[in-house]
Design a protein around this ligand. Structure first.
Ligand code: AHM
Ligand code: MG
Length: 352
């Protein structure tokens, strides 16, 4: 009689290598139905965009068009880097071929980009920041891409994307790709937060951590303190508090995705409040703060404008900015308590 097959010592690492992103999405949705197939295909497409961008970044300086500026300004008056344009085009090309996405909206395009051939069946809109933290590229530091998928609701004839002006709870999926020492894709479909690492030899994102939960409190505060003089008093109060208490440490990379990733894994808080020059802050709601807020809530943390849950904010324009406070629940609450205190003081001293 032949002996039954005994799993070998390779089995565990092979099982791990087989947990690819597309398989994971289907497991998450507990279905092979059409919606699950769509989301799995969309996540696969996002992974392809991430691989293309990672490949180009990894050859910065030895291929043309990775480092430096184009000489143009984007719709928001910011200087455009060559990689911003490349990465924006990557998402367009990748989703043109998906059949599923009718419309893309990104930081780099004033109005949404329609893919007419997809619209009869394409039921989704992709919102994305192709390269977040692009000022880091020329010094070979981490950057990221941020994305959110929403159901396409109606056809926006005016091109103003009015049907997109809804709160962050409308996101079906959100995530980011971090181009660091390794390339990591983190996503949520509203059922926990999961992280994958790109194995370049396989060309696949392989499951690294499932159901990530952010610690309730962490030591890191992450903010551009160069803006201190431009902040409202409440944020200055918070920074003075962390300066005077033991156990805090400052970390700020200049790329939101990297700073967010550290906080997601280790706890703490990231802040980009309004400044005198930019009262709404710098970060954009639909493709930066709402997707990351969705992830942080899914991981058990919090995301707010300082006074309102970020997922409740309804924008009135596509590229709307919001102040952003995100991270461990206790740390976000502490920041909010300084905001509430100053608001109370202002009410109490207001002339009647
Ligand atoms: P970008 O998407 O145009 O790169 O801008 C967003 C970036 C974030 O990644 C980062 O947290 C922030 O801008 C840094 O801004 P600052 O240089 O004002 O601190
Ligand atoms: Mg950005």
């Amino acid at each position: 009689m032949t002996k039954p097959y005994e799993p070998t010592i390779h089995q565990r690492s092979l099982d791990r290598d087989c947990t690819t992103l597309s398989r994971h999405v289907l497991q998450q949705l507990k279905s092979f139905g059409p919606n699950a197939q769509d989301l799995s295909a969309l996540m696969n497409r996002l992974a392809l965009a991430g691989k293309l961008i990672a490949r180009r970044l990894s050859r910065a300086g030895i291929v043309e068009g990775v480092l430096g500026f184009t000489g143009d300004e984007n719709v928001q008056g910011e200087t455009v880097k060559k990689m911003d344009v490349y990465a924006n085009d990557v998402f367009i090309s990748v989703f043109k071929q998906s059949g599923l996405v009718c419309r893309l909206a990104s930081e780099e395009m004033e109005t949404p980009y329609y893919i007419p051939e997809n619209c009869p069946i394409g039921r989704y809109t992709l919102l994305y920041d192709p390269i977040d933290g692009s000022s880091n590229i020329d010094t070979n530091l981490n950057v990221g891409s941020i994305f959110a998928i929403r159901q396409q609701e109606g056809n926006d004839e005016t091109g103003e994307a009015l049907d997109l002006l809804q709160n962050g709870r409308k996101q079906l999926a959100a995530g980011y790709i971090l181009y660091g020492p390794s390339t990591v894709l983190v996503y949520s479909l509203g059922n926990g937060v999961h992280a994958f690492t790109l194995d370049p030899s396989l060309g696949e994102f392989i499951l690294w951590q499932e159901n990530i939960t952010v610690p309730e409190h962490g030591p890191v505060y992450s903010t551009n303190e160069g803006n201190f003089w431009q902040w409202e008093d409440s944020y200055r109060d918070y920074i003075r508090y962390v300066h005077r208490h033991e156990g805090y440490t400052g970390r700020y990379s200049g790329a939101l995705v990297g700073d967010f990733h550290r906080i997601l894994l280790q706890g703490g808080v990231f802040l980009y409040p309004g400044t005198r020059k930019k009262p709404e802050g710098k970060l954009r709601l639909l493709y930066e703060t709402a997707p990351l807020g969705f992830l942080m809530e899914q991981a058990g943390g919090r995301a707010s404008t300082g006074s309102e849950n970020i997922l409740d904010v309804v924008p009135d324009k596509l590229h709307q900015r919001t102040p952003f406070v995100v991270g461990s629940s206790e740390d976000v609450e502490l920041v909010e308590s300084f905001v509430q205190e100053r608001a109370r003081e202002a009410r109490d001293t207001a002339p009647v």
